[in-house]
Ligand binder design. Structure first.
Ligand SMILES: [Zn+2]
Length: 116
């Protein structure tokens, strides 16, 4: 199950970015997941919950923002959005395109509980 290893990676990154004693204060981990990152958001959330259960991160939640797949055509400059991940310009049908978004998988923010 791919999402399980992705969830482990996310937890590693959180552990690297949050000081040891404050892991239990993590409330939300914001994540951008591209439509074509190859990750299923629901499975990822589920995996995250399983792995963090009974750990210092058990009160944290994964918040996933889905990013649509977008291409820019190098030939006509048109922007294409499609839901099949095809790298073809919708205007001129050339495949000389650049992926603008939709393949990312990254943590954008880690939100800690305000201790004050
Ligand atoms: Zn084009």
């Amino acid at each position: 199950m791919h999402e399980l290893s992705v969830a482990r990676n996310i937890i590693e990154i959180v552990e690297q970015n949050v000081p040891k004693g404050e892991l239990s204060c993590v409330r939300e981990v914001m994540l951008k997941v591209g439509e074509f990152s190859g990750v299923v958001a629901d499975s990822l959330k589920f995996s995250y919950e399983i792995i963090t259960a009974d750990t210092e991160l058990q009160n944290s939640e994964l918040k996933i923002e889905a990013v649509p797949f977008r291409l820019r055509c190098n030939s006509c400059g048109g922007i294409t959005t499609n839901s099949c991940g095809l790298r073809e310009c919708a205007d001129c049908l050339k495949t000389d395109t650049e992926v603008l978004s939709g393949e990312e998988l990254k943590i954008t923010e880690i939100i800690l509980e305000d201790k004050s």
